[in-house]
Design a protein around this ligand. Structure first.
Ligand SMILES: *Cc1c(COP(=O)(O)O)cnc(C)c1O
Length: 379
């Protein structure tokens, strides 16, 4: 069986985890947490990067940081993971869903402005498959209407928009290091903070609403409750795993990119014949090979292809059910404008196995089975 995903592993993780254990420092904010933050700050150019227990939690932190409250509106695509919306619904916000572009599956930047009202507080672009949203346009709209931009860059580490790292463009960015992402720590994530003045508040929110980080730096002589917050600081054991991955990030990236290009080249013939469609990468974007998807004609064809691949030992999967058609999405949000592409395109999308260490021969086998399904000889 060729699985859909295998968590990335480069072997050095064991060594770093055992070092953390030996130091008798396994709670958060030890040496590995600090090393990871520094690595991410240097790599992304963000003023401050704090590790979190998940990307979901990083987004929840941004909702608190931007002061989102009851009755505010937050704009995002409906084609995204639950956490993008739930983090703001937790603060009482109304979620405003806007249609996506069929080429990238990202929020259609041209439709955002007409969804803005005097209640709008933030725009949350989601960089699907590590392909950037049209950030210049989004930043411009936000500036003119005085809105926060919070990037859901869960899938976006090492991907760029006009040379800038995803997550480091908006006011806040959120990464995921879940085992299904390019770089992992099991469960975990990070929040990227652009403005220096927001750093202290972020540290407080992450430390249960206390100024404990200041205390540890010797800046106050006791720590106390100063804000709302939660327990968003990951363990050193997870950070140690992550540090090994960050050190190996180029290797992880190159390996995925090689697989992505191999898929793309091998499946091009089916696209030329207009049988399937392949991902589109706009010129401004450097993606990170997070995902390889194809688009079938429609839902029925996708369902049949998934079971055909499964019969042949290949695990291929669909992705998000648009949030506006979910029970909670209905309760906490509304789709503003017309759903031209969100539902239709999400029903066509099929993700193929993609992970660090996926072999060329496995890709060849998967490709062969796709050609076979369509009754076409490998081109
Ligand atoms: C994975 C993912 C998340 C959630 O990440 P966790 O670290 O599992 O909380 C949020 N948004 C998007 C777009 C994702 O792909």
């Amino acid at each position: 069986m060729i699985p859909f995903n295998k968590p990335p592993y480069v072997k050095k993780e064991n060594y770093y985890i055992s070092q953390a254990i030996k130091k008798r420092k396994i709670c958060g904010d030890g040496e590995f947490t600090k090393r990871c933050s520094k690595w991410l700050e240097e790599y992304t150019g963000s003023s401050r990067v704090l590790l979190t227990t998940s990307c979901t939690h990083a987004i929840e932190m941004t909702a608190i940081l931007s002061g989102v409250k009851d009755g505010d509106e937050v704009i995002m695509p409906s084609f995204t993971f639950v956490s993008t919306a739930s983090a703001f619904a937790l603060r009482g916000a109304k979620i405003v869903f806007v249609d996506i572009r069929p080429d990238t599956m990202n929020i259609d930047e041209q439709l955002i402005e007409s969804a803005v009202t005097n209640k709008t507080k933030a725009i949350v672009p989601v960089h699907y498959a590590g392909v950037a949203c049209e950030m210049d346009t989004i930043m411009d709209i936000a500036k003119r209407h005085n809105l926060f931009v919070i990037e859901d860059a869960a899938q976006g580490i090492m991907a760029k928009y006009k040379g800038k790292n995803l997550g480091a463009i908006g006011d806040y960015g959120c990464y995921s290091f879940h085992e299904t992402k390019n770089i992992s720590m099991g469960e975990g994530g990070a929040i990227l903070i652009k403005d220096l003045e927001n750093i202290e508040k972020a540290e407080i929110i992450r430390e249960k609403g206390t100024n404990r980080s200041k205390f540890f730096r010797g800046e106050v002589d006791k720590y106390t409750w100063v804000e709302i917050g939660s327990s968003y600081l990951p363990s050193e054991l997870n950070a140690a795993y992550l540090y090994a991955q960050l050190e190996a990030s180029v290797k992880l990236y190159d390996d995925r990119m090689k697989s992505w290009k191999h898929y793309y080249k091998s499946l091009s013939y089916l696209e030329e014949k207009n049988i399937i469609h392949l991902p589109k990468i706009p010129d401004e974007c450097e993606h990170n090979a997070h995902m390889f998807y194809i688009k079938t004609k429609d839902l029925e064809e996708r369902t049949n292809l998934i079971s055909y691949l499964k019969k042949n030992g290949i695990s291929a999967v669909f992705h998000y059910i648009p949030l506006h058609s979910s029970p909670a999405g209905n309760r906490f949000g509304e789709f503003r404008g017309i759903d031209n592409y969100t539902t239709k395109e999400s029903e066509r999308l099929l993700r193929l196995p993609m992970y660090y260490g996926l072999s060329d021969s496995d890709i060849d086998f998967i490709v062969e089975k796709i050609y076979e399904y369509y009754g076409i000889k490998v081109g």
